[in-house]
Design a protein around this ligand. Structure first.
Ligand SMILES: Nc1nc2c(ncn2[C@@H]2O[C@H](COP(=O)(O)OP(=O)(O)OP(=O)(O)O)[C@@H](O)[C@H]2O)c(=O)[nH]1
Ligand SMILES: [Mg+2]
Length: 410
């Protein structure tokens, strides 16, 4: 099955789940639908509004999209038959539902709102504008993709593939090309697949995660968010303030540690980061911590300094735990677009980056950067930041991402 159809079916499953949940909560609507089969949509809407706890927009939208069944077909059928069919349908859905994490899909949807609004509405606009695919169409499409920060090289490669497919499959209607666009974007990501988005944990002893990235990208916040997630899964987490460079950095991490219930190790401003890291690793071993997360300074004067600093930290870690750090996660701010890509390339040269955390996706209309990172840097995006609170971090999932992006196009 092509990705478009897959995402599309995912989309309908999410909606069906919503309907199922809503149906459970709203006996009134349910009853009306079953008993007064000719009930007009407005009345259903009104009933829904009367029952406060129901998310009105969702239900209204479902009704508009006819996800809630007001279909005339049911009018002709006896009540028992309709009921039985509904039950049968529900049990089938129940079997299939666990595949889709509705809550997670919703987080992606919300976090990618800005990107979707500009990107997808431009795509829809383009589709409506042209009756046939021609050169101008391709040029406008190229423009839209570049605006979404997919990256010039990626876009060029993508456009070539798209032109080939248009020729090969003799597609001349922009409407039909929408599916191909989603498919091809997905292919770019999964091609020579680096989809491993999970954190590599130590087989025994503490797992050490080193966080690097330039200043202000969201390293400290990401550490807090990830610590929170792991603590919720009963891991014992230690935060290590390896950023001794900036005044206040240690304090900031300490406050987060308190807030999320993690252990903390830090020294005064200007202390040797490697010494803090050493203390942290020793403490983690003696106090049986499961995970150690090390914050580092992004603001080092130049590349050589940064490289030396990271080398020293890595040496200290490896002396205590030979296969550590188990992950070196580079944090990139999605709102910086191509600049972020350059940072990834630069860091890749100076240290062994095992994964990328892409923050602030909620604050940008340029969510296409995920695809550019894959194409231009080829390091897996492991997590994405979709807001400022401790709950706004998600393990990256390409299908949820594409779904969040193209939802309005389905
Ligand atoms: N909207 C949004 N804001 C974020 C996200 N992640 C981090 N931020 C915000 O970005 C700002 C910088 O975050 P920090 O975690 O302090 O960044 P840092 O990389 O540790 O910065 P330095 O310590 O100065 O190098 C803060 O105001 C965070 O709340 C995100 O996913 N979405
Ligand atoms: Mg910081």
């Amino acid at each position: 099955m092509g990705l478009f159809s897959k995402i599309k079916s995912m989309f309908s499953k999410v909606n069906e789940t919503e309907v199922t949940e809503i149906e459970k909560e709203t006996e009134i609507v349910e009853q009306n639908l079953e008993e007064e089969k000719e009930i007009p949509t407005e009345v259903v809407k009104q009933k829904i509004e009367e029952k406060e706890e129901i998310p009105t927009e969702v239900v209204e939208k479902e009704i508009k999209e006819e996800k809630i069944s007001t279909k005339p077909v049911e009018k002709e059928k006896p009540k028992e038959v309709v009921k039985k069919e509904k039950e049968e349908k529900a049990s089938v859905e129940e079997v299939e539902l666990p595949k889709v994490d509705v809550k997670k899909a919703k987080v992606y949807e919300k976090g990618l709102t800005k990107t979707r609004n500009s990107f997808v509405s431009s795509l829809i606009g383009l589709t409506n504008k042209y009756e046939k695919i021609n050169e101008e169409y391709f040029e406008e499409l190229e423009e839209i993709l570049i605006m979404a920060d997919i990256g010039v090289n990626t876009v060029m490669k993508f456009m070539d593939r798209l032109r080939d497919r248009v020729k090969k499959d003799k597609i001349d209607n922009p409407e039909d090309l929408k599916e191909v666009i989603v498919d091809e974007l997905f292919i770019i990501y999964v091609d020579d697949s680096i989809l491993e988005s999970k954190i590599k944990f130590a087989e025994s002893g503490p797992t050490v995660l080193l966080f690097v990235g330039v200043n202000g990208v969201g390293k400290t916040t990401t550490i807090a968010k990830l610590a929170h997630q792991m603590i919720e899964r009963d891991k014992k987490v230690l935060l290590v303030a390896g950023d001794t460079f900036r005044a206040g950095a240690t304090k900031q991490l300490e406050e987060w540690a308190e807030r999320v219930g993690a252990g903390f190790i830090g020294k005064e401003e200007g202390a040797d980061p490697a010494a803090v890291v050493f203390d942290g690793i020793e403490k983690a071993k003696s106090d049986n911590y499961d995970v150690v997360m090390i914050d580092t300074a992004g603001r080092l004067q130049n590349k050589v300094n940064l490289m030396n600093e990271l080398e020293k930290i890595n040496r200290v870690i490896a002396k205590s735990i030979p296969d550590a750090p188990h992950e070196t996660l580079l944090v990139i701010d999605a709102t910086t677009g191509q600049n972020g890509i350059s940072q990834a390339k630069a860091f890749k040269e100076i240290t062994n980056i095992t994964g990328i955390v892409l923050t602030k996706l909620d604050g940008t209309a340029k969510g296409g950067i995920v695809l550019a990172i894959k194409e231009e840097v080829n390091i897996p995006v492991k997590y994405i930041g979709l807001g400022e609170t401790k709950d706004d971090l998600q393990a990256f999932d390409i299908e949820d991402y594409i779904y969040g992006l193209f939802k309005d196009m389905m």
